[in-house]
Write a protein that binds this ligand. Structure first.
Ligand code: PLP
Length: 366
């Protein structure tokens, strides 16, 4: 069997997956080498699955250098469910209102959802610059009694990324890393909680990883529905109700790929930086033919939102790239334009082909 996927996938999510992972998944759908059964029919109570969850946790711990102060849960409901459960579990009358950085589409969604649960504050709002910039986190004036400070490490729609900036240390930090988790090393100790659904960088949709510091778990009020309480998922080792076995399986394959084929997160970062340098370098060489939505120095290594200047040209480019077997380039419905997502599994060759198409198109049309 071989993979028959000839299209280059630049989709914002679900995103591209490594070819070797797709091939193993294809075999596993017929029969897992370890059990002889299809992965789609494997019981979540089997020894195989229990050790799979254990391996997935261990691989994530090793890749991230995560200490034993953190618990890992594999949950469902996507990052959107986290938007709601975070304030339910970690805010409350003992703290001042949690603070949210509103820096783009997904952090606006997180803030709006939290506000339905609990009164919360907006520590910084990027609306003034149409969400084309990010704040300097260390300079924000955050009430140290605030329950936590929430932000989105990579704004998937606008193509903005915080990167390794200093963050306030006097308040619990919670980050939605859905679109740049495992794309580079991260100083996990700075966070009280990190979460990321799988479908951008780790696997198919259906599973969301939550890393939670033990100290934060002590805040959880009694009386929450069990399924919305992080302690339930941790105590039951992500097996409280039927978990997404298939998604966790593919995520585990991706974690092995990162470890064995890529060589860890430092190597992954180097590859991702090369890829994004290629595309931003291409834009630079084209002068003002292309407009990049995000301003430097906040331009994302993962998602690049850009435009040839008007809707007609952008649509023509998406079609032009489509003829060259490149898909998923339409901008998010909230922003329009074009978006190229360069997640971990998007290869340097795919990005080189995209850059070539951008250059050709710009030269022909301008
Ligand atoms: C895509 C995305 C989401 C939405 O996640 P769902 O799993 O669809 O709920 C949330 N946050 C970020 C940063 C995203 O990129």
């Amino acid at each position: 069997m071989t993979t028959r996927c000839n299209e280059l996938n630049f989709s914002g999510g679900p995103g591209a997956l490594p070819a070797s992972v797709l091939l193993q998944t294809q075999h596993a759908i017929e029969a897992l080498p370890e059990t002889g059964l299809s992965v789609l029919g494997m019981s979540h109570r089997s020894e195989w699955f229990l050790s799979l969850v254990e391996e997935a946790s261990q691989n994530l711990r090793a890749l991230l250098g995560l200490s034993d102060d953190y618990e890992i849960a594999f949950m469902q409901g996507g990052s959107s469910l986290q938007f709601a459960t975070i304030p339910m579990n970690f805010a409350g009358a003992r703290w001042a209102p949690p603070q949210y950085i509103s820096s783009g589409y997904w952090s606006r969604r997180a803030t709006a959802e939290a506000q339905r649960v609990y009164r919360c504050g907006v520590a910084w709002d990027g609306e003034r610059t149409r969400y084309s910039e990010l704040p300097d986190l260390a300079k924000l004036d955050i009430d140290p009694r605030a329950a936590y400070l929430h932000y989105v490490s990579n704004e998937t729609v606008e193509g903005l990324q915080f990167g390794a900036q200093e963050a306030p240390s006097n308040v619990a930090l919670i980050a939605d890393m859905s679109s740049d988790f495992l794309s580079a090393p991260v100083d996990t100790e700075r966070y009280s909680m990190i979460y990321a659904h799988a479908q951008k960088n780790l696997g198919p949709s259906g599973v969301t990883v939550a890393l939670v510091k033990r100290a934060l778990l002590e805040r959880i009020p009694d009386g929450l529905p069990a399924i919305l309480d992080y302690r339930t998922h941790i105590t039951h080792r992500s097996n409280y109700n039927t978990p997404p076995v298939f998604a966790i399986y593919v995520l585990t394959l991706v974690s092995r790929w990162l470890r064995d084929e890529i060589g860890g997160l430092h190597a992954m970062r180097a590859i991702n930086e090369q890829k994004s340098a290629m595309i931003y370098g291409t834009f630079e060489s084209l002068g003002d033919a292309v407009r990049i939505h995000a301003k430097a120095p906040w331009r994302s290594h993962m998602n690049v939102a850009f435009s040839f200047g008007d809707e007609r040209l952008d649509r023509a480019f998406v079609e032009f790239a489509g003829e060259r077997h490149m898909t998923g380039l339409e901008g998010h419905r909230s922003l329009g334009g074009i978006r190229a997502s360069l997640y971990n599994a998007v290869t340097g060759e795919a990005v080189a082909a995209l850059c070539e198409a951008i250059r050709e198109f710009a030269i022909k049309r301008h």
